[in-house]
Design a protein. Structure first.
Lengths: 378, 399
């Protein structure tokens, strides 16, 4: 029995890996990328004052602010010296997203100078809206109630600037007296801020469309039509094809067969009339006009989805089985997708299975889902 | 006479155990080891010879990264297995080794060295299998000053159908070459039309029709296709050449066919058409792997020894920008000093365009560590085994 214990899991693992070896990588991938610009080469802006993938911010600092080397997350750092030897620091940082929002960031600063957090209703009282380069800046001025450092109260002048997909933070912090004295100067500094969201592009004749203007990662998303269902009894699931999201075969007592397919197409897929006429053509029936649709189809609501259900019977026996054929089909528009559920087969069998077909429609839960997925593009 | 149900199930259990034991004995047989090693030698011999005809990558896929070596008679559409492939032999060798340990080896401190060596061999076999299955190699070709977010497979192509209607981004539906080669009709929920593959050529020679006026009319009805003559030629086996995959593809909307296009990775510019208020681009290109970060080529250097043309150093100075991880730094990539980032390894692989273009090889191998572990295990096992023998030998010599 020791042999079985040892080789059982290994056997399973190796056989399943061997199955992968036989699989063909033939999956269609769907994703979104930033637009390419042929004959253009991306040049990431190197403007003074820092740059980012989403936006560029430049500023003019007063002459007596001493610029420090930027490091790590810092897009800019300045030291401001007071007459009494005190020192304040202006830090400029940028982070993707809203970094928790205005309230969270102001409360973070309040925490740094040992102030209690504010509630959302109090926010309007402490935030002053400013404007620079046509963009809104949220400005706050907070001072500690107790001495924090060197027996002095601390003050923070903060400005928050949302820009593209990023949020920029300008924080002047230091001894209360020094920072308060520089408040107007800091506000003037904020007014000098200039922003630009799109990167500067420079042409290069040597490129032939192999470059992108994307200094930041593209937003990749795999779109996939997703749905859930419950197959009625006697419906045998069939292998899927690139067209079919679900496929079933139904066999009658006399050996007659019917085929059920579920297909999802983007957009309106040509419209209801074109689809009904396509199905009619499959049954060798003449095409109808828009006015006739109401007479041969009906709208039904199944599980919250509106379906246009059509029931068509051929006028004559059709090859290859020389049976009269019937199509019961349902179409539903969900978001940007149009779903088709169709049963085709022998007229008697499809008639007998129609209730099962309607049960199947009732069991469907349809969605046009989008999920972020980086590896699927790789 | 009726057999009680409990006895039946016991009989069945005994039969299962007996057959499993028989299976285990066969798998653990030393004869099987010898046969498998012999088959490996034959496989390597013929696989190496066939590289002349197939090239290294196709020979690897046919002989070593397959369950069976398949043979296709000239003119036939079917293939039959004629010899076990590398995956099958490797899997059986692996099972043989594990089964032999299960049946013969009794755990004992004296055998720890042997056991470690075998464990190393098992890890090596698994490592090769997993590398074959999961490792991806691609290239990043960049001009100085340009930034790129994707790498390209050197030998695989894809048909990209790009909906360019949105102002902000493009929706790409990428259909792999394997599907183009074997499918007649392709439909996908993201496409409001169907694709019919009229003709697929794995490799083709393209010429302008003005240069070959006597050839029959093109299968293409729209785009640049009617002006191009495509002649199918055998796949290239040369390392420094790539196939010019060419496909005639008909686009069928609900109203009927929109036309037949010739698409090829030999064509520089994409072709486009409008349908249902959207503009679509058709582009057959090398398969792309997008990354969640950007690489910008700042500079490329091709240093030579003074007074000679002998290369001394190739290096690319790049900037790595990943706003998700807050990375924004310069990196120097040079021979034997790759950049390892986010599961990818970027090697300096080549250059072009009078030293203005650098080519980086991008390798994503989640199991790259396994061969190192295997070598460590085998080394440690050998050392343990020899040390134990040495100690025993010295003890015996002591008077």
């Amino acid at each position: 029995m020791r042999l079985i214990r040892l080789s059982g899991p290994a056997l399973g693992a190796v056989l399943s890996l061997s199955c992968f070896a036989g699989c063909d990588n033939s999956k269609i991938e769907v994703y979104r990328v930033e637009k390419e610009h042929d004959s253009q080469t991306a040049q990431i802006t190197e403007a003074s004052g820092g740059s980012s993938g989403r936006g560029t911010v430049t500023w003019q600092a007063p002459a007596d602010w001493v610029e420090q080397p930027s490091s790590g997350l810092r897009r800019g750092t300045f030291k401001i010296h007071g007459k009494d030897g005190g020192e304040a620091e202006l830090s400029i940082t940028a982070f993707p997203g809203d970094v928790g929002g205005l309230l969270a960031n102001i409360n973070r600063w309040r925490g740094q100078i040992q102030l209690p957090p504010l509630a959302q209703p109090d926010l309007a009282q402490v935030v002053t809206p400013l404007s620079a380069s046509g963009r809104n800046i949220s400005f706050v001025d907070i001072v500690s109630t107790d001495s924090i450092k060197g027996g002095k109260k601390s003050r923070i002048l903060g400005a928050i600037l949302p820009l593209g997909d990023e949020t920029w933070f300008f924080k002047l912090s230091g001894p209360d007296e020094l920072v308060a004295a520089r408040k107007d100067e800091f506000k003037k500094f904020l007014e000098t801020i200039k922003t630009e969201v799109t990167p500067v592009l420079a042409s290069s004749a040597e490129n032939s469309g192999s470059n992108t203007n994307a200094p930041t990662p593209p937003v990749l998303a795999t779109t996939a039509a997703q749905f859930e269902y419950k197959a009625p009894p006697g419906w045998i699931a069939q292998p899927l094809s690139p067209m079919r999201l679900a496929s079933f075969k139904v066999t009658g007592t006399n050996g007659a067969e019917a085929d059920v397919s579920v297909v999802s197409l983007s957009g309106m897929a040509g419209g209801d009339l074109a689809n009904i006429n396509r199905w009619r053509e499959q049954l060798k029936l003449p095409p109808l006009s828009e006015d006739d649709i109401a007479s041969i189809s009906s709208h039904v609501n199944m599980n919250g989805h509106d379906f246009l259900v059509t029931d068509l019977v051929s006028a004559e026996r059709l090859p290859p089985l020389n049976h009269k054929m019937r199509i019961v089909a349902a179409a539903s528009h969900q978001g940007e997708q149009t779903w088709f559920v169709k049963m085709t087969g022998d007229v008697d069998l499809v008639g007998a299975q129609k209730n099962h077909f309607l049960d199947f429609l009732r069991s469907l839960s349809l969605a046009g889902a989008t999920r972020s997925d980086e590896s699927s593009a790789q | 006479m009726q057999v009680p149900p409990v006895r039946t199930s016991r009989l069945l259990n005994n039969m299962m155990v007996r057959s499993l034991k028989a299976c285990g004995r066969a798998l653990s047989s030393l004869r099987l080891t010898v046969v498998l090693l012999g088959l490996s030698m034959v496989l390597i011999f013929f696989g190496t010879l066939d590289q002349v005809h197939l090239g290294i990558h196709a020979a690897q896929a046919k002989y070593f990264r397959s369950l069976f070596v398949l043979w296709q008679p000239v003119g036939a559409a079917w293939r039959i297995p004629i010899f076990p492939g590398g995956y099958l032999i490797g899997t059986l060798l692996f099972l043989n080794l594990v089964a032999a340990h299960g049946t013969r080896f009794k755990p004992s401190p004296k055998k720890i060295g042997i056991f470690t060596i075998h464990a190393g061999v098992v890890v090596l076999l698994l490592g090769e299998l997993l590398t074959g299955l999961f490792a991806k190699e691609s290239m990043m070709r960049m001009d100085i000053g340009s930034a790129q977010t994707y790498s390209e497979a050197p030998r695989e192509t894809e048909l990209a159908i790009i909906d360019t209607s949105s102002k902000d981004d493009d929706l790409v539906v990428a259909i792999p070459e394997s599907l183009l080669a074997h499918a007649n009709v392709i439909q996908h929920p993201a496409l409001p039309f169907m694709l019919k593959i009229v003709k697929f050529m794995a490799n083709a020679a393209l010429a302008m029709r003005s240069q070959a006026p006597d050839v029959p009319p093109s299968l293409a009805t729209t785009g640049i296709g009617p002006n191009v003559v495509a002649t199918e030629i055998p796949r290239t086996v040369k390392q420094d050449e790539r196939d010019l995959t060419t496909v005639f593809v008909q686009i069928n909307a609900i109203q009927g066919p929109l036309g037949t296009w010739l698409v090829s990775n030999a064509l520089g510019a994409p072709q486009s058409f409008d349908y249902d208020g959207h503009t679509y681009e058709l582009r057959l290109r090398q398969k792309r792997y997008y990354k969640p970060f950007t690489i910008k080529l700042l500079d490329f250097r091709h240093d030579i020894y003074p007074g000679t043309d002998i290369p001394k150093n190739f290096s690319s100075r790049i900037r790595l920008i990943d706003s998700r991880q807050k990375e924004d730094r310069d990196v120097l990539i040079y021979m034997n000093s790759p950049l390892r980032y986010s599961g990818y390894t970027f090697y300096q692989a080549g250059f072009d365009n009078n030293d203005k273009t650098s080519i980086l090889q991008v390798v994503n191998n989640p199991t790259f560590i396994l061969p190192y572990i295997a070598c460590g295990l085998v080394g440690a096992g050998l050392l343990t085994q020899f040390s134990m023998h040495l100690v025993g030998f010295l003890r015996r010599r002591r008077p």
